[in-house]
Design a protein around this ligand. Structure first.
Ligand code: FAD
Length: 191
């Protein structure tokens, strides 16, 4: 059965169209940009349940509704959230392996970040600002600094790095189950 023959899919899409239409109207009245909401996992589940007998390519090619691309800005915000949260969770006394891992993570980001222009720029940023991850405070301050280098290049305001701990706290996680454990050998020897 094709998409157009399934009345539930039409209903579901009609709701999405109405919702997008309302958002566009509000946006034009208030001047505040509201992006049509990307499909949530519930939307996707519902959509895939409803399209039980039609192939997924029917939906994406015929209706153009299923796959909504992530913008460079959304990707950037999500990545900075990940990185600053990692820095907040980073141990005060990291193991050698943890120090090696964050350096490698940044190097991988500069090669594999899914925006080539950004990755290439970040590679240059890393070249002039080698990763400093000897402690939690060192890593979070370094990250704040390189984020500011990117901010400046994009004409964005510079963030006050003394405020980084107020902006990015440890992950909200019960009983500190999410904590990363560092070294107990503060001399940096065995671990
Ligand atoms: P973002 O810069 O995404 O910041 C998110 C939040 O972090 C802010 O709201 C603020 O509360 C906080 N914040 C801001 N600055 C700091 C700081 N210095 N320290 C701690 N917290 C801070 N986009 C491009 O167009 N070209 C590029 O070359 C490019 N390179 C990028 C490289 C990397 C590694 C990453 C992760 C992203 C890159 N981006 C690039 C995306 C860009 O940095 C922004 O994420 C995007 O433009 C959205 O910006 P925003 O104003 O919403 O805030």
């Amino acid at each position: 059965m094709g998409v157009s023959e399934n009345p539930l899919i039409s209903l579901f899409q009609a709701f999405q169209n109405i919702s997008n239409c309302i958002q566009t109207q509000i946006s034009s009245l208030t001047g505040i940009a509201i992006n049509p909401s990307p499909p949530t996992s519930n939307d996707k589940q519902l959509s895939s349940l409803l399209s039980f007998s039609s192939s997924s390519s029917d939906l994406s090619t015929q209706q153009g509704k299923v796959s909504i691309p992530v913008t460079k800005e959304e990707l950037g915000r999500a990545t900075w959230t990940f990185l600053h949260t990692l820095a907040a969770q980073y141990p005060e006394h990291p193991t050698r392996q943890q120090k090696k891992d964050v350096k490698e993570l940044m190097a991988i980001l500069s090669r594999m970040y899914p925006c080539k222009e950004c990755a290439d720029h970040f590679k240059e940023v890393l070249r002039s600002n080698p990763v400093q991850a000897g402690s939690q405070s060192e890593f979070s301050q370094w990250l704040c600094h390189v984020h500011n280098v990117v901010n400046r290049s994009l004409g964005k305001p510079v963030f006050l790095c003394e405020r980084v701990d107020a902006r990015w706290g440890k992950l909200d996680c019960e009983q500190r189950l999410c904590d990363l454990h560092g070294s107990t050998d503060f001399g940096g020897g065995i671990l």
